[in-house]
Design a protein around this ligand. Structure first.
Ligand code: KG4
Ligand code: ZN
Length: 325
């Protein structure tokens, strides 16, 4: 079964063709990072315009790379949320037009669920139940997954998402945008010598990352940060420490068979290593290119949705504030 995946929820225009939810035939991504970097963050109007410019060329590239014709496709999976309304609309409308023109079934995918399905692109026989840590620019969710499409959210961030915290910390340290990769890069030349707080929120599985960001800002304002690399390393460790400790604790408590680490922040090498090294439960982390936004994960998720008979009509609409469960 060949599924075309389309992803335009944020600042990447992406299209991919995936066979049977596991085999990537193509995975094309047009990033807008350089355009938004000029403004120090994502400008929604600019993002939608760029999606409109990029979507058709990216679709053509994805179909060509997969050596696939419209007739070879079995369905279309498109991100409907969460994300920027104007950006989501571009992908959803293009997906509907293709579905109508070629008589293909369409299924709307939750972007967060899509991130989870990046796991199936690298290991088809993942055991349930599992705990997923989904860490992206807008979310830091801990979820229990009991089967395909079956989620219970165990915890989430009460303020900044971890990716958002990385982005803000990078701005504070004037390291540029996007912040996650910038902090990781700077941290390579530093040691975690700054004392930064960890919000444990004991007794809950929730996260909070605004405190550590504010603490960093204070130190900078008070002139106590003489070395940006050390500050970046300290910040990265403070965030990874909380994410790893809480994820391992909840996975043990729930006696799950697997931990899945996904989302843009999951491309962070320190976080990946710490989670793998500190978990008695097997950890699965997709390669970085499948952690950050892509359409292969949307197509993989779409495959399981089609298997479950979850087909949407052409009245499919965007849901900018969609939740995982
Ligand atoms: O999943 P994603 O690509 O897009 C959203 O769905 O938001 O995640 C983007 C987030 C950004 O906040 C970015 O700074 C962060 O992931 N990120 C990283 C790294 N690469 C991307 N954070 C830490 N370390 C990285 N290497
Ligand atoms: Zn994402």
């Amino acid at each position: 079964m060949k599924i075309l995946g389309i992803e335009t929820s944020c600042d990447e225009t992406a299209a991919a063709v995936v066979e049977d939810g596991v085999k990537i035939l193509s995975n094309q991504i047009a990033s807008q990072v350089e355009i938004h970097a000029r403004y120090g963050g994502i400008v929604p109007e600019v993002a939608s315009r760029q999606h409109i410019l990029a979507i058709i060329p990216i679709l053509k590239q994805a179909m060509a790379e997969a050596k696939t014709t419209w007739r070879d496709l079995d369905g279309i999976a498109v991100t409907i949320g969460p994300g920027l309304a104007g950006s989501l609309l571009v992908g959803v409308n293009v997906a509907k037009a293709i579905a109508l023109a070629h008589g293909l079934p369409i299924t709307g995918v939750n972007h967060l669920e899509g991130h989870i399905y990046a796991g199936w692109l690298i290991n088809r026989s993942i055991n349930f139940p599992l705990v997923c840590l989904i860490v992206s620019g807008g979310h830091s969710d801990l979820a229990l997954m009991r089967g395909h499409g079956d989620y219970v959210v165990l915890g989430r961030t009460r303020d900044d998402a971890s990716g958002e915290a990385f982005d803000k910390a990078a701005r504070i340290l004037r390291l540029g945008y996007p912040g996650g990769p910038a902090i990781e890069q700077a941290a390579r030349n530093g040691v975690a010598s700054l004392q930064l707080p960890r919000a444990w929120l004991k007794g809950t599985n929730d996260f909070s990352f605004s405190g550590v960001k504010t603490a960093l800002l204070r130190l900078v304002e008070e002139g106590k940060v003489s070395n940006e690399a050390d500050a970046a390393a300290s910040f990265q460790e403070a965030v990874a420490d909380v994410l790893v400790t809480k994820t391992v604790a909840v996975a043990k408590e729930r006696r799950v068979k697997q931990i899945l680490l996904v989302g843009g922040v999951a491309s962070n090498e320190l976080l990946r290593q710490w989670l793998v090294n500190n978990s008695p439960i097997p950890v699965l982390v997709p390669e970085p290119v499948l952690c950050t936004d892509n359409a292969a994960m949307i197509a993989a998720c779409g495959y399981y949705r089609f298997q479950a008979g979850k087909i949407d009509g052409l009245d499919l609409d965007v849901v900018p504030s969609l939740k995982l469960a």
